[in-house]
Design a protein around this ligand. Structure first.
Ligand SMILES: Cc1cc2nc3c(=O)[nH]c(=O)nc-3n(C[C@H](O)[C@H](O)[C@H](O)COP(=O)(O)OP(=O)(O)OC[C@H]3O[C@@H](n4cnc5c(N)ncnc54)[C@H](O)[C@@H]3O)c2cc1C
Length: 466
C-alpha cells in the first residue's frame, strides 16, 4: 500500500495535518508510537493540565471565594481520585475523538515507532518488534518535543517529577519546589497550591514568564505572591539530594555566590522542552538539523525533497495551536493550495487565575527594534463585570504604532484573558488600529469592555471609565 502522505506523530501538529490532507483528497496514514493519539498536548500536556486547573480552581473558589458572594458552604473536602478521574476522562474523550476523526476521514494508522529509511519510505516498529515498511510520496515529521532535563538532577517521576509526573501525583505535596518560572511550572504550581501545597519557584533568570511583556510578568508575579507563591529569582538549582524525610535542594545565585538550601517533598523540573527526534533516523536520511530542531524553509520543507516538518520539532513557539496551524498549512501546500501561518499573531496563554494572555510584540521588543509606539492600559478594577465577579486583578495593555495607530501587541492579565485575547488576534490579523478596536461595540457588562477601554486609552488617551 502506498500513500500520498505519511505523518509521523499524532500530536496537534500531526493529527490536524492528517485530517486536513484527507479532507483535501490525499491518501493519508499516520504513525504513532504511543497507544493513544493526540501527542503531548492531549495525553500529558494542554488537556490534562487544564482539567486539573479547572477542578482545582473550583476547589479554591469554594474554599476562599464563594463566601464573599453570600454562598455559605462548609470547608471543601478534596476527593483526589475523583479529581484525577475527571482529568483522565477528559483525556480519554479527547484522544478517542481523534481516533474517531481518523476513521471518519479514512486515515490509516500504524501504531509503532517510525523511522525514515529514505524519502518515501517509513519503517514502523511495533512494540513487539514486528517491522513493516510504509511507502509514501510525502512525509511530515511531527514528532514534537520532550521534557528538557536539568543536568545532575534525575527525574524519577515519583519525588523528582517532570510535568508528566506532576499531573499524576497521588497526594498533595506539603512542599512543592518548582524549577523554572515558565508557563508549565506556574500552571502546575497553581494546581497544587490551590489544593494546599506550599509552592516555591526557583528561576535562573531575574524574572518570571521569560519572553512575555515585562510589566505583565511583574504584575503577575505580585499576584502570585499575594496568593502565596514564593519566588527565588536569579537562582539556579545546583543539586537535589534525597533523604529519608524528603528532598534537599541546593540553590545558588545564577551569577555565582553563596549557596542556600531549600526543602521539598516534590521537585518539579519545568525548565522547558526540547525537540524530539530520537530513533527517527534523520542522520541517515540526510535531514539537516540545527540545535536539535529539524531545519525547514518557509514551506515546511526540509533539505530532503518529499520530507517536511511541523510543530514543536521545528523553530518557533512550542504551542499546540502553532503546531495545528502549521499542520493545516503544509497539508494545503501538499494538496496544491497556498497554506500560510502568520507568526506575528500567534497568541500565548497562561491558564492560571488570573490568566495571562498575549499576542504580538512586547514593549521590550518594540524598544529593541526602535519602533515608536503608544500604550493604552485599562485595569479590571474599573470594569463592572470584573467587580461583579470579584475578579479585579490585572489589566489590559494595547500597544499601537505611534504613527499609524496599527495594533502591534496586546497583553492581558485577568480572569478569562485567554478568551479576551482572541479579539486582539483577529484585529491584528486584519491589520486593525487601536481606533478600530475602540470604535467596535462591546457588550455590557463584559470583561471585553476593558479591551475596548485600553484601545481608547492607546488611541486618544480617552478611556471613558477612568
Ligand atoms: C504540561 C504541558 C502543558 C501544556 N499546555 C499547553 C497549552 O495549554 N497550550 C498550548 O498551546 N501548548 C501547551 N503545551 C505544549 C503543547 O503540548 C505542544 O506545543 C504540542 O503538543 C506540540 O504538538 P506537536 O504535534 O508538535 O507534538 P506532540 O504533541 O509532542 O506530539 C508528538 C507525537 O509524536 C509521537 N512520536 C514521536 N516520535 C515518534 C516516532 N519516531 N514514531 C511515531 N511517533 C512518534 C509522540 O508519541 C507524540 O504522540 C503544553 C505542554 C505540556 C507538557
Amino acid at each position: 500500500m502506498s500513500y500520498d502522505l505519511v505523518v509521523i506523530g499524532t500530536g496537534p501538529g500531526g493529527y490536524v495535518c492528517a485530517i486536513r490532507a484527507a479532507q483535501l483528497g490525499l491518501k493519508v496514514a499516520v504513525v504513532e508510537k504511543r497507544n493513544t493519539f493526540g501527542g503531548t498536548c492531549l495525553n500529558i500536556g494542554c488537556i490534562p493540565s487544564k482539567a486539573l486547573l479547572y477542578a482545582s480552581e473550583k476547589f479554591e473558589e469554594v474554599e476562599h471565594e464563594v463566601a464573599a458572594l453570600g454562598v455559605v458552604t462548609g470547608k471543601p473536602k478534596l476527593d483526589m481520585p475523583a479529581m484525577m478521574k475527571h482529568k483522565d476522562d477528559t483525556v480519554a474523550a479527547n484522544v478517542n475523538g481523534v481516533a474517531f476523526l481518523f476513521k471518519k476521514n479514512k486515515i490509516e494508522s500504524f501504531i509503532g515507532s517510525g523511522a525514515i529509511l529514505s524519502a518515501g519510505k517509513v519503517e514502523v516498529t511495533a512494540e513487539d518488534g514486528a517491522k513493516q515498511i510504509v511507502e509514501t510520496k510525502n512525509i511530515v515529521i511531527a514528532t514534537g518535543s520532550d521534557v528538557a532535563q536539568l543536568p545532575g538532577v534525575e527525574i524519577d517521576e515519583k519525588t523528582i517529577v517532570s510535568s508528566t509526573g506532576a499531573l499524576e501525583l497521588k497526594k498533595v505535596p506539603g512542599k512543592l519546589l518548582i524549577v523554572g518560572a515558565g508557563v508549565i511550572g506556574l500552571e502546575l504550581g497553581s494546581v497544587w497550591h490551590r489544593l494546599g501545597a506550599d509552592v516555591t519557584v526557583v528561576e535562573f533568570l531575574d524574572r518570571i514568564l521569560p519572553g512575555m511583556d515585562d510589566e505583565v510578568a511583574k504584575t503577575f508575579q505580585r499576584i502570585l505572591e499575594k496568593q502565596g507563591f514564593k519566588f527565588h529569582l536569579g537562582q539556579k538549582v545546583a543539586k537535589v539530594e534525597k533523604s529519608k524525610t524528603g528532598l534537599k535542594v541546593a540553590i545558588e545565585p545564577a551569577q555565582g555566590g553563596e549557596a542556600a538550601s531549600l526543602e521539598a517533598d516534590i521537585v518539579l523540573v519545568a525548565i522547558g522542552r526540547r525537540p524530539y527526534t530520537e530513533g527517527l533516523g534523520l542522520d541517515a536520511a540526510g535531514v539537516a538539523m540545527e540545535r536539535g530542531r529539524v531545519v525547514i524553509d518557509d514551506h515546511f520543507a526540509t533539505n530532503v525533497p518529499g520530507i517536511y516538518a511541523i510543530g514543536d520539532v521545528v523553530r518557533g513557539p512550542m504551542l499546540a495551536h502553532k503546531a495545528e496551524d502549521e499542520g493545516v498549512a503544509v497539508a494545503e501546500m501538499l494538496a496544491g493550495q497556498h497554506g500560510h501561518v502568520n507568526y506575528e499573531t500567534i497568541p500565548g496563554v497562561v491558564y492560571t487565575m488570573p490568566e495571562v494572555a498575549a499576542v504580538g510584540a512586547t514593549e521590550e521588543e518594540l524598544k529593541a527594534k526602535g519602533i515608536a509606539y503608544k500604550v493604552g492600559k485599562f485595569p479590571f478594577t474599573a470594569n463592572g463585570r470584573a467587580r461583579a465577579m470579584r475578579h479585579t486583578d490585572g489589566f489590559v495593555k494595547i500597544l499601537a504604532d505611534a504613527a499609524t495607530d496599527r495594533v502591534l501587541g496586546a497583553h492581558i492579565v485577568g480572569a478569562v484573558a485567554g478568551e479576551l485575547i482572541a479579539e486582539a488576534v483577529v484585529l491584528m490579523e486584519f491589520g486593525g488600529s487601536a481606533e478600530d478596536l475602540a470604535r467596535i461595540c462591546h457588550a455590557h457588562p463584559t470583561m471585553s469592555e476593558a479591551v475596548k477601554e485600553a484601545a481608547l486609552a492607546a488611541t486618544e488617551k480617552r478611556p471613558i471609565h477612568m
